[in-house]
Design a binder for this molecule. Structure first.
Ligand code: CAA
Length: 256
């Protein structure tokens, strides 16, 4: 089986979940393949930014595979939950920015995978929900934890216990997605933003992600300590020296 398509375009790694007959729903094989492909991109020196999207024009990811979940016993459910959570942690902790290009339904586990991405861009036809309560479930791949960190506790409560779908415009209004584009422009616009990131110092981008991620679940004092420690250590790197020197010499920095 080959559920993930990998492509590299000028240092932008594009991972496409390709299971359109099930609206890109995630079973364990898809989860494992995506984790593997993501780790390959993280290790690949030719890749600076990773884009995650779905095949077709209808779905990003329509969630965890419901037909599979119907068969799960307790051990199977725990394994499936952990597999999905491990994937979201790999995305979130990636030193290279991961941008979700959400090209349609982002439901349940699909919405949760997008929540772990550092940035979310959506097409105008994208639809979002955490519909697990309609199935007698709760979000199992981080939704109860990450959604409130992104949109606030009150809206997360409304979306998770209501289970209702919202469109891209509403998702943008509540801060669930960063930007919305027409479907035929989504990937190009996402790659354009990836190219903007690629002009910046890769180490300072990675350290920014690390410090921002640390701000969830830690005290302001601990976060400020990490920030000043990281800021200080950068002064011992060639990248920082090059960035500062280039500004003074009125030229573009050469980070790579
Ligand atoms: N799992 C398995 N198969 C799925 C699926 C899913 N999450 N979502 C869609 N499919 C399958 C459908 O069963 C259908 O397959 P068949 O033709 O073999 O029946 C195919 O994809 C096309 O779907 P529809 O015919 O339903 O397409 P539609 O346009 O009428 O509806 C939809 C689209 C509104 C997205 C609808 O498919 C739907 O509601 N899907 C389920 C979404 C959902 O509840 N996701 C959350 C899952 S729970 C979860 O993710 C738990 C967690 O936190 C980890």
């Amino acid at each position: 089986m080959n559920y993930i398509k990998s492509d590299i375009q000028n240092r932008v790694g594009i991972l496409t979940i390709d299971r359109p007959d099930a609206l890109n729903a995630m079973n364990p094989d898809v989860l494992r393949e995506l984790s593997q492909s993501l780790n390959n991109m993280i290790l690949n020196e030719d890749v600076g930014v990773i884009v995650l999207t779905g095949a077709g024009e209808k779905a990003f990811i329509a969630g965890a595979d419901i037909k599979l979940m119907q068969q799960l016993d307790l051990d199977g459910a725990q394994d499936f939950g952990k597999l999905g959570q491990d994937l979201t942690l790999t995305i979130e902790n990636s030193p290279k920015p991961v941008i979700a290009a959400i090209n349609g339904f982002a439901l349940g586990g699909g919405c949760e995978i997008s929540l772990a991405c550092h940035i979310r861009f959506a097409s105008e036809n994208a639809m979002f929900s955490q519909p697990e309560v309609k199935l007698g479930l709760i979000p199992g791949w981080g939704g109860t934890q990450r959604l409130s960190r992104i949109v606030g506790k009150g809206i997360a409560m409304e979306l998770i216990i209501g289970g209702q779908m919202i469109n891209a415009e509403e998702a943008n209004r509540i801060g669930l997605v960063n930007k919305v584009f027409p479907l035929d422009q989504l990937l190009n616009e996402t790659i354009k933003f990836a190219n903007l990131i690629l002009q910046n110092g890769p180490n300072s981008v990675a350290k920014s992600l690390e410090c921002i991620n640390f701000s969830s679940g830690n005290t302001l004092k601990d976060g400020l300590n990490l920030e000043v420690e990281t800021f200080t250590q950068l002064f011992d790197t060639e990248e920082t020296s090059e960035g500062l020197t280039a500004f003074v010499e009125k030229r573009k920095p050469n980070f790579r």
